[in-house]
Every structure is written in C-alpha cells, then in structure tokens.
Design a protein around this ligand. Structure first.
Ligand code: G3P
Ligand code: CA
Length: 244
C-alpha cells in the first residue's frame, strides 16, 4: 500500500514546515510527514526548505548565518497568509516532541545539497535516536555523500536517496550508496523503473504528487509512498482506489 506523506506538512493549506501545516496533516490522517532540515549558526537543526529566508520569512538572508534564537524571532507565516502572521520556524526537537505520541511516519530530508553542514547527519540522527523514533523515520537527501554518511551511522535505518534527474541504472546506483529507498520526482516514474527497484528490494516514493491522475499512476504502479501538498485529497482518493 502506498503511504501518504504530507509534503512539508499540509503545505497547500498552511505555511510549509510550520506547526499549523503539521497539525493539519495529522488531522487529515496523513500516514506521515515529510520535512526539510537545515542547521542554525549554532548548529541547532531547524525546519526550513530554502537556504535563505527570502521566500518564506521576513528575513531575506542565509538562515545558516542566524543563531537559533534569531531564527525563532522570524515570521514564517505572513508570506502565506495574514491569518498565519507570527508563526515561527520549528526546531527538529519541537517537531519530534510533537509527533512522538502520534502514530505517524517521519521523513526528514537533510537539505544539504547546496550547503554542506558539518556533522549534520550525526546531529539529526542523534536527536531522532534520543526520541526513540528511528523505527518510524526515513532520512533522505539529494546529496550522495550525506546518504552514505547516514548509512554508516546505522545499517538498520531507512535511508533514501532523492533524485529529480534521470540516472542510468538508478537501482544499482542507489544500492551502491547503501540506501534502501529512492525518492523520485514524479516525471521519472515508470513501470520499468519500479520493477528494477523492486528487484533490488528498494522502496520507491514519489514527489510531489498533487493531481489525482498522478496519484492513480503511483497507486497502480505500487509505489511505496507519495509526497503531497494535499494529504486530504490523497487520503480520500487512496481509500476509494483500494476499495474498488
Ligand atoms: O523529499 C522529496 C521532496 O521533498 C524533495 O524536493 O524541493 O520539495 O524538498 P523538495
Ligand atoms: Ca523536501
């Protein structure tokens, strides 16, 4: 069955990677939440997609140049709608505290494809371990070096390589990295690729799946998960699809 992950929370309806978006995803019965992690200047893992705050906060500069205290003062809601004015950026710790008593899967994407944060993998891993949430967490990254580092930290955990590019022999490539899953951009999804990944016992999840026609394709091809900004629609359609 295909797991429905709320992409940056229920990000169509509330500012991405914030508590209102996560709360909504939970209310909408998403199976899991996908979120993006970066580090503050003082090495605190915080949840934000872009390297700068330009698009989603009132600070246009690089987030990595701010301390955690400074980051907590930013407004990460007004850009989306006045209704969310004053919504703050969430730390990974706050997110894990919130989700630990909810039966949801977690996908932490290490956003380190543009900025190479030293020791990011170990910092994030240790925090998830501290909360005893390793079993329901998938760690993922576009950065191959980071994927390899995550695999080295623990061979038991779910590590995914993310790609938006067509890579020759993706199944073999992923296997070489040591990952056990691939997160692919929707336009790479093909039956042949899913078969190749299956043969290597690799899970395949697809992003970002917002249209029902694409959800259908993912369900039909047996993808293990989808990332969607509209978990309400995906959960509803998933029920209908697997009933018939
Ligand atoms: O992890 C899947 C997806 O979230 C990767 O793309 O840009 O939305 O973080 P992006
Ligand atoms: Ca992401």
């Amino acid at each position: 069955m295909t797991a429905i992950f709320a992409h940056r929370g229920a990000s169509k309806y509330a500012p991405e990677n914030t508590m209102p978006a996560f709360e909504l995803a939970h209310k909408m019965n998403a199976d899991g939440i996908e979120t993006d992690v970066q580090l503050s200047k003082d090495h605190v893992p915080i949840l934000i997609h872009d390297e700068t705050g330009k698009r989603t906060t009132d600070f246009p500069g690089l987030i990595k140049d701010l301390t955690y205290r400074q980051i907590k003062e930013l407004d990460a809601g007004t850009w989306f709608s006045k209704q969310f004015a004053g919504t703050s950026i969430v730390s990974l710790e706050e997110f894990l505290q919130w989700i630990e008593n909810k039966p949801m899967r977690i996908n932490i994407e290490l956003k380190n494809n543009k900025i190479d944060y030293p020791h990011m993998e170990a910092i994030v891993f240790e925090m998830v371990k501290h909360f005893r949430l390793l079993e329901r967490t998938t760690f993922s990254s576009f950065n191959e070096r980071s994927v390899k580092k995550l695999v080295r930290l623990s061979h038991d955990m779910d590590v995914a390589f993310i790609t938006s590019k067509k890579i020759k022999q993706l199944a073999h490539y992923t296997e070489q990295l040591g990952a056990n899953a691939v997160h692919i951009k929707y336009r790479l999804l093909q039956a042949k690729l899913v078969d190749e990944l299956r043969q290597k016992k690799l899970a395949v999840r697809v992003y970002t799946v917002n249209k029902q026609s694409l959800m259908k394709k993912c369900f039909q091809l047996g993808s293990d998960g989808i990332f969607t900004d509209v978990p309400d629609i995906a959960v509803h359609y998933h029920k209908q699809f697997f009933k018939s």
